[in-house]
Design a protein around this ligand. Structure first.
Ligand code: DQA
Length: 155
């Protein structure tokens, strides 16, 4: 099966150092490690990336069209600004889960609007690093439910 892409946008490389009271103490590398273990337990593979550049994120979302079986996206601040990311997501026919570590609805008003949500299958926010794991469970479950049943010819 194709990997599940887990894409992270701007400033998420600073997790652990940046506003830990909001984003928690986990680094992105720790989150990636935990997701690799969880993916192995679920029998799926992941392709985990981070970029600070909007165009690179769009290229990666476009790549997911043919190279991924599902997409987990924390677009960081581009969530609230990027029509281009919204458009790129609308070109996908994959399960898409939007993740935010913080509860964006509890924060400044400019974070209350997401250009990602209307293109997403589901949204998880406010659960910290745990949200990524829950998103992976959800994508694995959706893929399992949509997989063709492998019937033996002799059954
Ligand atoms: C974030 C929330 C965004 O508003 C913010 O710009 C981020 C991180 C989160 O994971 O909580 O960079 O996506």
């Amino acid at each position: 099966m194709k990997p599940i892409f887990i894409l992270n946008g701007p400033n998420l490389n600073l997790l652990g150092e940046r506003e830990p009271e909001i984003y928690g103490g986990n680094t992105l590398a720790t989150i990636e490690d935990a997701l690799r273990n969880r993916a192995a337990a679920l029998g799926v593979s992941i392709d985990f990336r981070q970029t600070n550049h909007e165009g690179v994120l769009i290229d990666q979302i476009q790549e997911a069209r043919h190279a991924a079986s599902g997409l987990i996206l924390n677009a960081g601040a581009y969530t609230h600004t990027s029509v281009a990311i919204h458009d790129a997501l609308r070109a996908l026919s994959l399960p898409i889960i939007e993740v935010h570590l913080s509860n964006i609805y509890k924060r400044e008003a400019f974070r209350h609007h997401s250009y990602v949500s209307p293109a997403a299958t589901g949204v998880i926010c406010g659960l910290g690093a745990q949200g990524y794991g829950l998103a992976l469970d959800a994508v694995a479950e959706i893929l399992k439910a949509s997989a063709p049943i492998n019937r033996s010819p002799h059954a």
